[in-house]
Design a protein around this ligand. Structure first.
Ligand SMILES: [Zn+2]
Length: 244
């Protein structure tokens, strides 16, 4: 894998749920914000369908607060929620428009998202089935990088919200794919990525009987170490980069 591009200043991370970035790539984000780069989080949903024993009305503010806390751990202070319904996010023009608007508001050079493919992949190309929300949001983020730059697509973003086109997205980097092309060294940010994921307390509590810190640490360290074989032996966060 090639090293991730570093000649950028602003990134926008667009994912479906609270915790997607913490499972996917927070170690890289911690290192980037340390280096003085700005990273903003945009979440399509508030993750309100994530906990079986908690109703969506109670769950949404809880998970929103946990997401803001986990973002703060890795140096991210702006977290926006687009308000799509958790579990039933639809790929379509509404989602593309919402993400294009976010890209125009924040004017990133790098857009980060999570696996948009049907499966999580694996050596045999199979593996676990991905969720519909991840597929929808990942695909829409890839599409919206171009939509944001074209004034004739979603002209209402200009007339109603004053959002001028931004054609400055140079790469869309997809975390969690089976076919990564690039990687970022996970070592400097790994400890903070553990603490960042642990901020999702309510969610993790119902997910596993294991000690939360043990569970989080072994998951994130295991992922980073698996990527090391293809990144000069360094633990890494892997991305599939689509240049524009
Ligand atoms: Zn998710």
């Amino acid at each position: 894998m090639q090293p991730m591009p570093t000649d950028w200043q602003r990134a926008l991370a667009v994912v479906a749920h609270p915790d997607d970035l913490e499972y996917g790539c927070a170690a890289a984000i911690a290192d980037w914000t340390d280096g003085g780069r700005e990273v903003v989080y945009v979440l399509a949903t508030r993750g309100e369908a994530g906990i079986d024993t908690v109703t969506p009305d109670e769950c949404a503010p809880l998970r929103e607060a946990e997401q803001r806390a986990s973002a703060a751990v890795v140096g991210v202070s702006t977290v926006e929620f687009l308000g799509h319904r958790d579990g039933v996010v639809e790929y379509g023009l509404g989602l593309r428009r919402d993400i294009a608007a976010a890209i125009r508001r924040h004017r990133p050079e790098l857009v980060i998202t999570l696996n948009h493919r049907d499966t999580w992949g694996g050596p045999d190309g199979g593996g676990y089935w991905n969720t519909p929300d991840h597929r929808a949001v990942g695909r829409a983020a890839l599409d919206a990088a171009a939509d944001a730059g074209n004034r004739w697509i979603f002209p209402e973003l200009i007339s109603e919200q004053g959002l001028e086109p931004w054609n400055g997205v140079r790469w869309v980097a997809v975390a969690g794919t089976a076919t990564p092309t690039h990687a970022a060294d996970a070592t400097p940010g790994l400890e903070r990525s553990v603490r960042s994921l642990m901020e999702h307390k309510a969610y993790i509590e119902v997910l596993t009987d294991q000690d939360p810190e043990e569970y989080v640490r072994s998951f994130l360290t295991g992922n980073a170490e698996r990527n090391a074989a293809r990144f000069g032996g360094r633990p890494a966060v892997a991305f599939e980069v689509f240049p524009r």
